[in-house]
Design a protein around this ligand. Structure first.
Ligand code: NAD
Ligand code: LMR
Length: 332
């Protein structure tokens, strides 16, 4: 029997990530090659024409899995009945703007979109926040959508996770698909901690620890970490635009693994509501190692954390606590 279509909301759909993401969703890269979808695309009135252009292209591409497209600037119409919400829309930092000004604009966007999702999305809608500051936007969304279970609100750190896999694969000259179990801890910002202490590479003689194969602690504790932390800025410098295809692809990875499950023996990184695991303050949206099964995520427990890592976990938690206070000060 044919499957019922899943309704996927993409906000900021006329922007760069939106333009890369919607064809991936329509081709089955997010929910599988046998799952029909209906795309809901939201943007703001100045982007109406561009949004309609994206809709025209989706029609022209004749995607067999795409059963419908809603393109709108009405947040209620956009949110109605959605099963998955990928929140990409937001206010970018412009020249001369202070951090607080950007935070204030985004906090008010996420506050109002939280209410629309809470009232109009399908029950059990899964939410992924991509727009920066991703962790704190997700936290605001959670606070203002109290009836959406906190387990359903996440933010994107899978791009950072994939970047870490990519750096290890290049360094060791191994296929990226053979590297697993890196971890991104904390904020999607330059304080994030990319951790390879539990990562391994599949070899012809079994899985080998990344640390042993790299054999250079100085690189792992230095250049590897800073390259991953600053990769977003490096892309902006090179493209004069922030990452889009890799962000869109990682957003598909995040939702696909959440809905369809992570492979046995491996984990991914997701920004989720902290329950206090690893002594990360409860009540922050923080990136942890995560496994998924039957549409539910769980934090991987019991990993050893050395002193070097402890300091890095605490530093990024500290930044998130400060962002949380700043966000709340914008609300008052
Ligand atoms: P973009 O400026 O090209 O697109 C953003 C779109 O959002 C625009 O079309 C804009 O009109 C729209 N928008 C603005 N306010 C909106 C609102 N209230 N409702 C709906 N739409 C709205 O930006 P982009 O390159 O697509 O990036 C989008 C966001 O994703 C940025 O905040 C960026 O920093 C962030 N980002 C996050 C990651 C990550 O890994 N978490 C990676 C890359 C980019
Ligand atoms: C990225 O990691 O590529 C982006 O979050 C960078 C940015 O500031 O948009």
């Amino acid at each position: 029997m044919a499957k019922e279509p899943v309704r996927v909301l993409v906000t900021g759909a006329a922007g760069q990530i939106g333009y890369a993401l919607v064809p991936m969703v329509a081709r089955g890269a997010m929910l599988g090659l046998n799952q029909p979808v209906i795309l809901h695309m939201l943007d703001i009135p100045p982007a109406t024409e561009a949004l309609n252009g994206v809709k025209m292209e989706l029609v022209d591409a004749a995607f067999p899995l795409l059963k419908g497209v809603v393109a709108t600037t009405d947040v209620i119409e956009a949110c109605t009945g959605v099963n998955i919400a990928v929140m990409v829309g937001g206010f970018p930092r412009k020249e001369g703007m202070e951090r607080k000004d950007v935070m204030s604009k985004n906090v008010s966007i996420y506050k109002s979109q939280a209410s629309a999702l809470e009232k109009h999305a399908a029950p059990n809608c899964k939410v992924l926040v991509v727009a920066n500051p991703a962790n704190t936007n997700a936290l605001i969304l959670k606070e203002f959508a109290p009836s959406i279970p906190e387990r359903n609100i996440t933010c994107l750190t899978r791009l950072d996770h994939n970047r870490a896999l990519g750096q290890i694969s290049e360094r060791l000259n191994v296929h990226v698909g053979d590297v697993k179990n890196v971890i991104i801890w904390g904020n999607h910002s330059s304080t994030q901690y990319p951790d390879v202490n539990h990562a391994s590479v599949k070899t012809s003689s079994g899985d080998k620890p990344v640390r042993e194969l790299v054999g250079n602690d100085e690189w792992l504790k230095g250049e590897f970490i800073t390259t991953v932390q600053q990769r977003g800025a490096a892309i902006i410098k090179a493209r004069k635009l922030s990452s889009a295809l890799s962000a869109a692809s990682s957003a598909c990875d995040h939702i696909r693994d959440w809905v369809l499950g992570t492979p046995e023996g491996s984990w991914v990184s997701m920004g989720v509501y902290s329950d206090g695991s690893y002594n990360v303050p409860a009540g922050l949206i923080y990136s942890f190692p995560i496994t998924c099964k039957n549409g539910e995520w769980s934090i991987v427990k019991g990993l050893s954390i050395d002193d070097f890592s402890r300091k890095k976990l605490d530093l990024t938690a500290q930044e998130l606590s400060e962002e949380k206070s700043l966000a709340y000060s914008c609300l008052s």
